[in-house]
Ligand binder design. Sequence first.
Ligand code: AVI
Length: 317
Amino acid sequence: MTFARTLDNLFAREVRAGLTRPEQKTLPCRYFYDSVGSALFEAITQLAEYGLTRAEERILKAHSQALTDRLPRNLIVTELGSGSGTKTRAILEKLRRRQIVVYYPIDVSGAALAKCKLELGSLGAVFPLETSYLDGLREVSNRRAAGQPLLILFLGSTIGNFASDAAVDFLLAIRQCLQPGDLLLLGTDLVKPIEKLLAAYDDPTGVTAAFNLNLLARINRDLDADFDLRQFEHLVRYDEEAQRIEMHLKSRVYQIVSIHQADLIVDFVPNETICTEACHKFRLEQIEEMAREAGFCLETRWVDREWPFADNLLRAA
Ligand code: AVI
């Protein structure tokens, strides 16, 4: 009898679990963001076809005063997945006119947090937390003074990368860290014509394809695997009923791949795919419903018409 080695590396365990699923093979999208993946994502946000980031920047630029006017005095700000914090500048600049800014960016990337502190450090006290979203949020909640209100920023429609049930569960977990009256600014990409969505995730320059394939390069490097990247191709589908873009990596041939640190040898038949990411697109009423299920009520929202996108200000009930 043989016993599988117990894998102490979470990345290895998740890769193994995803690639041994009986039907659709999967890989978790949060592993896209190594240093190459983060640079490629930054490039994606500047593509003509990917309007999402610019839409949110327009909203925050145009409405950050209206947003700060709605916030209670002396609140502290935290951001889940802050990255380098570029979009947050508009909000902190307005806030600084009326109070001392205290900002806790939370991210798993130490490099992004260092950049964030450099970019925003002149606007107030910036305390980077290099950890997962929920651990970071618990930490911020513990550090605040009794009765001090909190604004959480969760921008960029990262909520769309959770499966539908997981999105509500995640919002519920956020809610459990909050006091009634605390606020959450939630960025959500909206449903739009299919051709626009397909082009946004399958750009003609191939930046998104490189972003997707880099996940296999990361597995090769970090888990001692031998994926031949040239034998996989980037594939994008839109599932209209589920309102989601799916990104896949499609095997061009029959092939066998070894992933040593995951104790795994896996084969792929021609045209078989690995689903690497789902990007849900929302309708306005669905956001309200999701918020309600998680214990929030919609205070107000701002919508970009050029690239349908909404920033929703939710209040913990
Ligand atoms: C981070 N997230 C919101 C992006 C999205 O649009 O779902 C990730 C992305 N994947 C491919 N392009 C962008």
